[in-house]
Write a protein that binds this ligand. Structure first.
Ligand code: NAD
Length: 456
């Protein structure tokens, strides 16, 4: 047996023993996870800085703080979520009770990407623990400091047969996918998502796929431009644009393009200074390949702001690009960097085809004061989730399920939805033995008459 096969077998044995199922065990493990994060807080900041030059403020808001909130919320509500849910029973089933039991899947695999390497490995783990599963985490090989830290923290805190980290690239990932897993939670690119689903289908393993795509940001002519510019600047350039729900491109009503660009320039300078890469606090691009890909976009339009890049430190300053063609490479790929193309429209209807062209975006942002137009965008465009008059903030409300649709993913999580993602809802009918209604049996004399009445 390979090491990975042994690991999965050991987790299977652990799960079957039933230890992970009890409320007390789950709560204790969530508390251990929380203590682990607190204990390692300074090293978390350090490793994210080394991997991505993330500022401490960004680590606090988008990684560390997010996880703390998720754990607190889960601890508070777990008992209530675990209870079997009693549901109505129809008259045809008189005497019986109907219940939905919350059943953990068993051995789960969490595969995570590099852009929020701590957040995206640990947030699903909270759901896995809460729901009573064991878990194997495969973090990204592109953020070695944070992935190594995740391994160290998890190894110190949990038994290997309960939660463990397997480091490596796609070969390791593929070996894990060959195992008799019970559930797979994948966050990453659309292309790899397809591979994961294909692999999972061979064993009919259920999956959640949290993928990406091109998320449009539409600014209509009646939008409050100062707020729009500020919120777009923040959402686009946090983590240097390496955010799955970052506004990928701007679709601006023709009449307000120039004033919006002027506001954006002001907001970028207020938030990040005139030369963010000199400030030492602006995230860097994860590797040379992504850096080169992003720089190649810079001549696909007219740079109206920014454009400075530094290959040694893998940094690109916030950049606004005008006169971009829909057929350019930049408008085909998910940008995933601090470059914001600006396209214009005249009528809202005309944007529909363009957005549909890039298939179901993970997020959509619509800035307008007009409620009718807001509702039009919400109802007529397919997207995973989004905001009206803001960017990214929907992700921070754990009452809202987070996930994609179609090409941007399958399934959802955050808050209670994370518990649900890692839970099988097992339907059980508890029948009475005090009596036995005969009308359902084929030899019943009155059966047909009663059933016809009941089915009406
Ligand atoms: P990726 O798909 O390249 O890699 C994700 C994970 O899959 C990594 O752990 C990697 O080792 C593994 N992997 C890569 N190739 C594989 C293969 N052939 N078989 C099995 N496993 C493989 O994604 P990435 O570059 O790390 O992350 C960026 C992408 O993730 C973007 O598309 C972004 O939109 C998306 N993303 C989505 C969310 C979300 O919540 N929906 C969050 C963050 C990132």
């Amino acid at each position: 047996m390979t090491d990975i096969q042994t690991l999965v077998q050991n987790q299977k044995t652990m799960f079957r023993a039933g230890k992970t199922m009890t409320y007390t065990y789950r709560i204790h493990q969530l508390q251990k996870l929380q203590e682990m994060l607190n204990r390692y807080e300074p090293r978390i900041y350090e490793s994210l800085h080394k991997d991505l030059n993330k500022s401490s403020y960004e680590v606090l808001t988008t990684e560390f703080g997010f996880l703390q909130q998720e754990i607190n919320y889960t601890i508070k509500h777990l008992r209530e979520w675990m209870q079997p849910k009693k549901v109505k029973t129809p008259t045809t089933h008189k005497g019986a009770k109907s219940l939905i039991y919350k059943q953990p899947y068993g051995v789960t695999l969490i595969i995570s990407p590099w852009n929020y390497p701590l957040h995206l490995a640990i947030a699903p783990l909270i759901g896995a623990i809460a729901a009573g599963n064991t878990a194997i985490i495969k973090p990204s090989e592109l953020t070695p400091y944070t992935s190594e830290l995740i391994k160290e923290m998890i190894t110190e805190t949990f038994e290997e047969k309960y939660i463990t980290v397997v480091q490596g690239d796609k070969e390791v990932s593929q070996e894990l996918l060959e195992q008799p897993l019970d559930f797979i939670f994948f966050t990453g690119s659309v292309n790899v998502g397809k591979i994961i689903m294909e692999k999972a289908s061979q064993q009919l393993i259920p999956v959640t796929l949290e993928l990406g795509g091109k998320s449009p940001c539409i600014v209509d002519k009646d939008a409050k431009l100062e707020y729009a510019a500020r919120r777009i600047t923040w959402g686009k350039f946090v983590n240097a644009g390496q955010t799955c729900v970052a506004p990928d491109y701007l679709l601006v009503h023709r009449d307000i393009k120039q004033p919006l660009i002027d506001h954006l320039k002001k907001e970028i300078e207020k938030m990040y200074s005139e030369d963010p890469m000199q400030s030492g606090d602006f995230s860097k691009i994860v590797n040379d390949a992504h850096f080169d890909r992003l720089v190649s976009y810079l001549d696909q339009g007219k740079i109206v702001y920014g454009g400075k890049s530094d290959r040694t430190n893998r940094q690109i300053n916030p950049t606004l690009v005008d006169n971009v063609d829909w057929t350019s490479k930049m408008m085909h790929d998910e940008i995933f960097g601090p470059i914001l193309p600006i396209l214009t429209y005249e009528n809202l209807e005309e944007i529909h085809d363009h957005i549909e062209h890039s298939r179901n975006p993970l997020a959509l942002y619509f800035f307008s004061e007009n409620e009718k137009k807001q509702e039009w965008a919400i109802k007529n465009i397919s997207f995973g989730g989004g905001c009206i008059n803001d960017t990214i903030m929907h992700l921070g409300n754990n009452q809202l399920p987070f996930g994609g649709i179609g090409t941007s993913g399958i399934g959802k999580y955050h808050g209670k939805y994370s518990f649900d993602a890692f839970t099988h809802e097992k339907s059980v009918l508890k029948q009475t033995t005090s009596f036995d209604l005969a009308f359902r049996y084929p030899n019943s004399k009155v059966g047909r008459k009663i059933l016809k009445k009941l089915f009406k």
